[in-house]
Design a protein around this ligand. Structure first.
Ligand SMILES: Nc1ncnc2c1ncn2[C@@H]1O[C@H](COP(=O)(O)OP(=O)(O)OP(=O)(O)O)[C@@H](O)[C@H]1O
Ligand SMILES: [Mg+2]
Length: 147
């Protein structure tokens, strides 16, 4: 599915709507990958999604810390939101150090991964893949693929 999002606030509202569609699957965490060039809006999308899930802490880009974990409240079907930025990783093996495999085994985890291309060899299925593409007019095209 593909849509055009003319402004940041439309991207935020898209992320909120998307958050509402998510529910845990049996036996595995929910993995969402976010692709798109630097500044495409991957972190902006994650911030709005986190807010929709009731995260009150400031959600900042995990570019330097690689991973941030937010505990979610009882009104949400997931217990944890795990936000990973793989930009600085060079191969899938490096995800292991972040506890990725263990995190994937907990079905109440919602894992959002920026720059999945960096670690593609280690990514399990199923995943919801999201691509954000900046257009010349400043809008973003968003594409969802379910694998
Ligand atoms: N239509 C739009 N949708 C989303 N972001 C927009 C839009 N127009 C402008 N922006 C701006 O683009 C920037 C997106 O930055 P963001 O940190 O979310 O990108 P990113 O994809 O996470 O980049 P990085 O790869 O560096 O992590 C923000 O500063 C945001 O305000
Ligand atoms: Mg980012």
């Amino acid at each position: 599915m593909q849509k055009n999002l003319p402004t940041l606030s439309e991207l935020e509202s898209e992320a909120r709507d998307f958050a509402k569609t998510l529910a845990p699957t049996d036996g595995t965490a929910t993995l969402i990958t976010l692709s798109g060039e630097l500044g495409a809006g991957k972190t902006a999308f994650t911030k709005a999604l986190a807010k929709a899930l009731g995260v009150e802490d400031a959600v900042t880009s995990p570019t330097f810390v690689l991973e941030k974990i937010y505990v979610l409240g009882e009104s949400v079907p997931f217990t944890r939101l795990i936000h990973i930025d793989a930009y600085r990783l060079k191969e899938g093996k490096e995800l292991g150090a972040l506890g990725f495999d263990e995190a994937m085994r907990e079905e109440k985890n919602l894992i959002i991964l920026e720059w999945p291309e960096q670690v593609d060899d280690a990514l399990p299925l199923p995943a919801i893949r999201i691509r954000l593409e900046p257009q010349a007019d400043g809008s973003r095209t968003i594409t969802y693929t379910h694998e």
